[in-house]
Design a binder for this molecule. Sequence first.
Ligand SMILES: [Zn+2]
Length: 467
Amino acid sequence: MFGVPTLIRNGKILTSNDEFVADLLIEGEKIVAIGQSLNQDADRIIDAEGMYVIPGGVDQHVHFSFNYKGSKVRGFETSNAAAVGGTTTLIEFVNQEPGKGLVSSIEDYRKKEVDGIAMVDYCFHSIMTDPRDEVIEEIPKLAEAGYPTMKLFMAYKGMFFHADDDTVLKALIKGKEAGITIMVHAENAEMIDVLSKKLISEGKTAPYYHAVSRPPVVEAEATQRAIYLSKLAGAPLYVVHVSCKEAMEIIRDSYDKGLPVFGETCSHYLVLDESDLARPDFEGAKYVCSPALRTEEHRAALWEAIEKKWLNAVSSDHCGFDWIDQKHMGIDSFMNIPNGAPSLQNRMNILWTYGVCAGKISKQRFVDLFATMPAKINGLEHKGSIGVGYDADIVLFNPSYRGVISVKNNLEGVDYCPFEGFEQKGRAESVFLRGNMIVEKGKYIGEMGQGRFVPGKAYGAAYDGWR
Ligand SMILES: [Zn+2]
């Protein structure tokens, strides 16, 4: 059923600012019409009564290539987990390889591990690891190659990918020449280093101390510093995975003062907290991610922030390390636990069940955070919205479904799920990727390699204001 003209009838179309019952016609890979009583001659007619018709999600923060001391996360062969979770476009972070350029690092990785394998569409963020002068000069070339975003790690002192202020400032200045959006992982590397070493010397090595080694002030300080650097450069800034109230407020207040400063949070910061890190028998290691999980006070602040547009996307920060074989590298010290948790499949479930159903965010905000804004931030012009001319990436969402989240019905290929046992209201019943049905009755029915590279356009939403 590839590219079959398809009519989706009677669904309730949800967009980032509206909701209405209408028919939607797909021809080829595009949405070609939305209206009442459309073409009855379509080859395939789907009755979507009782379903919400929402744009396929855009997850702008995933790690399929991350490698910790030679131990690698699950790759794009598990990207069907995104599809069953209603996400049809992923943006992956790719480290610049030692001795290689920014663009060539992405293209080599793409050829080897993504093209022909991915099951949803994809784009990439560059991560600069070797800020030599010629690499700084290369930054504008990311725009021509269709990779208009770059991330820098302010955290992780001593690691090859750590970026100091010098690097962040140069990247902001150079990136602005070509409309590259600079993203930062904002945590103060020195503070973490001092606190971690002190904890270890006191014998405090359990997973819980991961959170103690990087408290909110660590994130707030680096967020504020990055904003000052972007102010000096006159460039926009995007702060990834905002986890605490202080950092969120700094972003909110800076924007209110007229600075082009934006940020996302991630699904796990909305529903998990630092008590999960204290779980016995090394279970806490499952929840080791950076920034660390916080407390209820911070979760409440983040929900308020995404509803009020103080933050403008919710990503997964998916990172598929196994608990048994990989997280246990840190059994003797939290400092050796690979950071990150798998959450690709459940981003929509968390936002809908604990956001929309709990009255914390509106359905329109849900669509905006899940699909529309991440597409705009990354310059994906034909993704993230329901409208004529957009790619037919569509989720038929069944709000009546009831289930329980478990690793047992998870496609991420990891041996645990951080949301194990969580209630799930609603699910992606059918998912279309550019007009092709890849999920039916909640089951993945697509093929490996169906995903395609989608070039991003420079001057994404951070360059033109978004509220
Ligand atoms: Zn990440």
